[in-house]
Design a protein around this ligand. Structure first.
Ligand SMILES: [Zn+2]
Ligand SMILES: [Zn+2]
Length: 108
C-alpha cells in the first residue's frame, strides 16, 4: 500500500477517512514526572499520514502515583492525541500545527 501525506485543509470537515491500521505502527510512550503523566504518540497520523510526535499530559492523583484521574491503576485507558505533523496544512490557524484532527490511542 502506497501512502502519501494527505495535505487536506486544517481540521477539514468532514475529516478524511482515518487509517486506523496506521496507529499500530506508532509508539505510545508513558513518561511520568513531576505529578504528571505525559503520553506520547510517535508515528503516522491516522488522518493525514504525516509523521507526528503528539504529547498529551494527564494529571496523576497525588495520593496514588499509579492512578490516573478517572482511571483505575493498571487498566488500559484511552488518550486523545492531536496531530502535530511538520507539514503546514492549508488554513492552519496561527500557533496551531498538524492537520487539526484528533484520535484516540490506548495506553496499556
Ligand atoms: Zn494529521
Ligand atoms: Zn499532516
Amino acid at each position: 500500500m502506497t501512502r502519501v501525506h494527505d495535505n487536506h485543509p486544517w481540521r477539514q470537515t468532514p475529516p478524511p477517512p482515518f487509517f486506523e491500521e496506521t496507529l499500530q505502527e506508532g509508539n505510545v510512550v508513558e513518561d511520568k514526572a513531576h505529578g504528571q503523566l505525559v503520553i506520547t504518540y510517535q508515528g503516522p497520523c491516522p488522518c493525514c499520514l504525516g509523521q507526528t510526535v503528539s504529547k498529551t499530559p494527564l494529571t496523576v492523583i497525588p495520593s496514588d502515583d499509579q492512578g490516573i484521574r478517572g482511571q483505575s491503576a493498571g487498566q488500559p485507558f484511552t488518550v486523545t492525541m492531536q496531530c502535530a505533523c511538520v507539514t503546514v496544512h492549508p488554513d492552519t490557524p496561527a500557533g496551531m500545527s498538524g492537520c487539526g484532527h484528533e484520535w484516540e490511542v490506548t495506553v496499556r
